[in-house]
Write a protein that binds this ligand. Sequence first.
Ligand SMILES: Nc1ncnc2c1ncn2[C@@H]1O[C@H](COP(=O)(O)OP(=O)(O)OP(=O)(O)O)[C@@H](O)[C@H]1O
Ligand SMILES: O=C(O)[C@H](O)COP(=O)(O)O
Length: 400
Amino acid sequence: MKTIDDLQVGGKRVFVRADLNVPLDGETITDDGRIRAAVPTIAGLVKSGAKVIVASHLGRPKGAPDPRFSLAPVARRLGELLGKEVVFATDTVGDGARQAVAGLGDGDVALLENLRFNAGETSKDDAERGAFADQLAALADVYVGDGFGAVHRKHASVYDLPARLPHAAGHLIASELNVLKQLTDDVKRPYAVVLGGAKVSDKLGVIDHLLERADRILIGGGMAYTFLKAQGHEIGNSLLQEDQIPAVQEYLARAKERGVEFVLPVDVLVAAEFPDLKTKAPAHPQAVSAAEMPAGQMGLDIGPATCELYASKLADAATVFWNGPMGVFEHPDFAAGTKAVAQALVESPAFTVVGGGDSAAAVRILGFDENAFGHISTGGGASLEYLEGKTLPGLAALED
Ligand SMILES: Nc1ncnc2c1ncn2[C@@H]1O[C@H](COP(=O)(O)OP(=O)(O)OP(=O)(O)O)[C@@H](O)[C@H]1O
Ligand SMILES: O=C(O)[C@H](O)COP(=O)(O)O
């Protein structure tokens, strides 16, 4: 795979596919980690005198313009971080984009509007995606793939566009792969993996692979309840992936056979309903045994005994990979589990990797110093699929 250093970019129009999909509260960016991670590549291109065209998706709009998902606030923040004007194009491949690109001098930067305002970006139809990629290709001379968080998506700007232009990987992709390779090639043991979060169906599959790799797997977040149910426990109204129960039972049996330690919550925090994340009104949580969750209640965080248990299981690990918050950390009543795991990682001498948009944001929003972790990956789904050994479309497309 060529890197950006192999390209001659001076005076050329360089299309940078970044992942600037940041959490927004209205027009306020609540965590700018992904924008900061994109800066080294963009700043390097500016320094080399390229005409830089940055593009990204934000959220999941339905293939048409939707102001809630505009990248305008991101353009402002990117400009602040670069210390220079970022011209914002009001569309992605229309007059706005063409004019913005035509007006670029050497070392200037434009950000296109959300790629997903165009149905072609995410289409399953090769021809429709290809037609959109042709329109994007007309804007640029060279392609730099740097949106690590989106490389697992077979989308026009990630997969089809690099085939149409000279291409290379940017600094973020290169540094993410450098770190994640250490978890696939020569991982230092004991290797512990902590999994949580809400995208349960996306993430259960990775356990299949981890059973061959990890020494210890700790489960929290919304994922834990499918495991507790599979063990025959009552889980009230907690998040459940019912169709995955047989798979989960098979994972538990295989873990036993292979001597992989599988650690599940021993207690959880429950409440009668999902908390209000806007008002943050007190949710009156109750700590209960994981084996005795009351019917009608919902598990929303790991409990205090589990926090201690998980901290002890992480204390002597040599490598830790963590994806997915332990609870609904956005509400103060259910942030303790995520804080406890983050604290355990900070105190551990292990090489620690935190992967995932929400997990990385949680660590920063809860006030942890990101430098206290070995690596904070900008990719959640992307890093998990990479660890699974899957071929990622956005990486395959950058190979020669
Ligand atoms: N018990 C629970 N019930 C419901 N939601 C939960 C629970 N525990 C955690 N969550 C939610 O999980 C969400 C994060 O999960 P997600 O799987 O998206 O994490 P991520 O991998 O870091 O992000 P991404 O995959 O988007 O990069 C948070 O918004 C949190 O509120
Ligand atoms: O947040 C992410 O994981 C990436 O930006 C990809 O977004 P997606 O899951 O909407 O494709």
